[in-house]
Design a protein around this ligand. Structure first.
Ligand code: ADP
Length: 160
């Protein structure tokens, strides 16, 4: 059985921090499915289709990375695709409590799917999609923080 990992998130939009986690997961697992969780409670800037296209462009050189989206529970998606693992990124202790809660709940739902954490590179430890959107909104330079295709997409969003 090929070892498939799921990397779930909102990716609104994908940042270099996300990309770092996806790239490192793709070195360890045979197949990585990035899954955009379509959580209606969150107000998103990009549609699911736009987010998917941006992630596909940013990860196109990794042949074992696939991008999908899901409306339901992440663990249901992971079961459906036959994943052995879920990979999440950890930035700081502030992420820890939230991640621990989610991981514990996912273990209750399916104890066979392991969650792995990859610690972010230092230069991305402050980076989030929200902070990137905030900086982009006021015309700040985000070229070091996001893939160029995302920089362009943000510029277009905020030019309107
Ligand atoms: P969610 O709404 O599920 O937290 P995000 O799109 O914000 O979705 O994040 C998806 C995953 O990427 C999470 O595991 C998050 O911790 C991780 N992540 C976000 N930003 C970074 C970063 N700068 N470095 C490493 N991991 C990150």
């Amino acid at each position: 059985m090929s070892k498939l990992a799921v990397v779930p998130g909102s990716f609104d939009p994908i940042t270099n921090g996300h990309l770092d986690i996806i790239t490192r997961a793709a070195k360890v697992f045979e197949q990585v499915n990035v899954v955009i969780m379509n959580n209606s409670a969150k107000n998103s800037l990009f549609t699911v289709e736009e987010r998917k296209a941006l992630i596909e462009e940013a990860t196109k050189k990794h042949s074992n990375v696939k991008v999908e989206s899901s409306d339901g529970l992440m663990i249901d998606y992971a079961e459906k695709v036959g994943a052995v693992a879920v990979v999440r990124g950890l930035r700081a202790v502030t992420d820890f409590e939230y991640e621990m809660q989610i991981t514990s709940m996912n273990r209750v739902l399916d104890e066979n799917i392991e969650t792995f954490f990859i610690m972010t590179k230092n230069q991305y430890s402050f980076l989030s999609s929200s902070i990137v959107k905030e900086v982009a909104k006021y015309g700040g330079n985000i070229s070091e923080l996001v893939p160029s295709v995302v920089e362009q997409a943000l510029r277009e969003k905020f030019a309107r």
